[in-house]
Write a protein that binds this ligand. Structure first.
Ligand code: CTP
Ligand code: MG
Length: 240
């Protein structure tokens, strides 16, 4: 089996606030993307990392990869991304050479995922699961609401239902796939307005089985400013 990691990193990071594209913002003095690339390359199974960069920053990302110490055994490609995460993942898949049969898709915005989680996902794919997702139980109870009227954003929201929390999982990345399974999902599931928020959700729609393995607290996604505070603290603890 030959494994590649596709890292969608082409988002702007609107929820993080104004500044450089999220993947290029520093964490412990190093761009978040470099942490994510190192996390993938830390797995001995990963032979190739494809970074899907913001289209205006492809050269900058290439230069970043060349100027940071990365494992010699791993090959690195940089391709321009698209307007949605789903499109960016597709562009990354299109860049994979024929020898690759197993694909991880990992958010640049999850810079601190431990290598044991990466390896657990790869192992589950190699053991025969076509789609594998790291996931954790929820701390918060979740409510389902009516779609909000666009013209009344401040109104209280009526609750429709409360799904049983014990049956819910919050999913992370890297998500691992047989290459043919993920490419088939991209070929058959159309681009839906907002775009799928997760690759496994597209695979589910093709009817292929998706399984979960234990995720890790440190694989959380840096989305809002408070997440950056937590990420800096986790990194400082590791370096202590
Ligand atoms: N992503 C991408 N291409 C896009 C949009 C998102 O490659 N057009 C990537 C992001 O760079 C990120 C991952 O998908 O690594 C998860 O997306 P998210 O956390 O939503 O990042 P952003 O879209 O950048 O953030 P925001 O939604 O706040 O703008
Ligand atoms: Mg986004």
């Amino acid at each position: 089996a030959r494994t590649a990691a596709v890292i969608p990193a082409a988002g702007r990071g609107v929820r993080l606030g104004p500044g450089a594209p999220k993947a290029l913002r520093p964490l412990g003095g190093t761009p978040m993307l470099i942490h994510a690339v190192r996390a993938m390359a830390a797995s001995r199974a990963v032979a190739l990392v494809v970074v899907v960069a913001p289209p205006a920053e492809v050269a900058e990302v290439r230069a970043l990869l060349d100027s940071h110490a990365l494992p010699e055994r791993t090959e690195f490609l940089v391709v321009p991304g698209g307007g949605t995460r789903q499109e960016s993942v597709r562009l990354g898949l299109d860049a994979l050479p024929p020898r690759i049969d197993t694909v991880l898709v990992h958010d640049a915005a999850r810079p601190l995922v431990p290598v044991d989680t990466v390896d657990a996902v790869i192992d589950a794919v190699r053991a025969g699961a076509p789609a594998v997702v790291p996931a954790l139980p929820l701390a918060d109870t979740v409510k389902e609401v009516e779609p909000r009227a666009a013209d009344r954003p401040g109104d209280p929201e009526p609750v429709v239902a409360t799904p049983e929390r014990a049956r819910l999982r919050a999913v992370q990345t890297p998500q691992g796939f047989r290459r043919d399974t993920l490419v088939h999902a991209h070929d058959t599931v159309g681009v839906d307005g907002e775009g799928a928020t997760d690759c496994a959700g597209m695979v589910e729609r093709t009817g292929a089985p998706v399984v979960l393995v234990p995720g890790h607290e440190e694989a959380f996604k840096v989305t809002r400013p408070l997440d950056l505070v937590l990420a800096e603290a986790v990194l400082a603890r590791r370096r202590a």
